[in-house]
Design a protein around this ligand. Structure first.
Ligand SMILES: [Zn+2]
Length: 347
């Protein structure tokens, strides 16, 4: 058995270290992928902190789920070939429940957990993946773009399809400088919507301005006149028709609710356990408003997200590329909250 370098977490909430480990062999129904790109993200930092699962029996663990690469070995009963380009699906799904059968894989009711949490992930030179989680990476989509498509664009695509975003909409994105926010802002604009991109601080708003189409209007979420600025940036009467909170910022969400148009939809992506959104029911009735929870994406949406990059309709935002040795330091930065944009590991 050959060895490989990997980033290992000894216990949930602990430090990451780069170690030599045995290169894993794919079992029946699995493939081993030569990892070409894996995004290093806040979602993974949350998992490292035990935010998704904290069972000590699941450690030591190799984290990492947003990745793309090339199949280098296949187990028995797998309908993929060595050399196939693939990107990974994050959820470990059963394939047999009513939702999985309908293609609603993000709603699996026999949920097996998360790739990179309940099994080893892709912060490594090679990663073993259930073949059903290895989705085809479209021609023309690079590996870094494929890694971002796996979650960073697939999640926004699911939001836009949950809420039917089109050219009649104004979409307010709260947390627009984050990797979900910046790709959501691009995607909503590509679907013809007016986009108001809220974040905090001149530097983050500058990034939003640089990385989204000129039609996207950046607005400082901390401004005293935030609500009127959002409404000013919205064509026609009233404010945004779709409000998407990517960060669990309930103060901004309350302001956005006040700004929202009649019939509007609020979309939440937060998985913070302690956040609530307290609005009297009568306000829902008077506004005919909807509150929409949006959970990751389906497998089909992950592949279509990668195609959006191939088509050039959305640009992958990659801030920097690092090797395995640098991953622990990137996570320390994520922990301090000082980072912007997606860092991509290229092992
Ligand atoms: Zn299922």
């Amino acid at each position: 058995m050959t060895q490989m370098n990997a980033v290992v977490l000894d216990e949930w909430g602990g430090d990451l270290t780069v170690e030599q480990v045995d290169r894993p062999e794919p079992g029946p129904g699995e493939v081993r992928v030569d990892v070409r790109a894996c995004a290093v993200t806040r979602t993974i930092e949350n998992a490292v902190q035990g935010g998704l699962a904290a069972d000590p029996a699941l450690t030591p663990r190799i984290p990492g789920h947003e990745f793309a690469g090339v199949v280098e070995a296949v187990g028995d009963g797998v309908d993929l070939d060595v050399g196939d380009r693939v990107l990974a699906y994050f959820y470990l799904t059963c394939g047999a429940c009513d939702h999985c059968r309908r293609g609603e894989t993000n709603r699996c009711t026999s949920f097996g957990g998360w790739y990179g949490v309940n099994c080893d992930g892709a912060y490594a030179e090679s990663a073993v993946l259930p073949a059903t989680n290895a989705l085809p990476l479209p021609d023309g989509t690079g590996f870094a773009a494929g890694a971002i498509a796996a979650d960073g664009l697939a999640t926004p695509l699911h939001v836009c399809e949950r809420t039917d975003v089109d050219d009649t909409d104004t979409v307010l994105v709260v947390g627009a400088a984050g990797r979900i926010g910046v790709h959501l802002s691009q995607l909503a604009a590509a679907r013809g919507a007016h986009v108001v991109a809220a974040d905090i601080g001149a530097e983050r708003l500058g990034h939003v301005d640089d990385l989204t189409p000129d039609t996207v209007v950046p607005v400082d979420a901390t401004a005293d006149d935030f609500v009127s600025r959002v409404c000013d940036a919205t064509p026609g009467d009233g404010g945004p028709t779709v409000v998407v909170d990517t960060v669990g910022d309930t103060d901004t969400l309350r302001d956005a609710w006040d700004a929202m148009a009649m019939g509007g939809q609020v979309v939440s992506l937060t998985t913070h356990h302690d956040r609530t959104f307290d609005v009297p029911m009568t306000e829902y009735v008077v506004k005919e408003a909807s509150f929409v929870g949006s959970r990751y994406a389906t497998k089909d949406q992950v592949v279509r997200a990668a195609r959006l990059f191939a088509d050039g309709r959305v640009e992958p935002v990659v801030r920097r590329r690092v090797g395995l040795d640098e991953v622990p330091a990137v996570h320390r930065e994520l922990r301090s909250g000082a980072t912007f944009g997606t860092t991509v590991l290229e092992p």
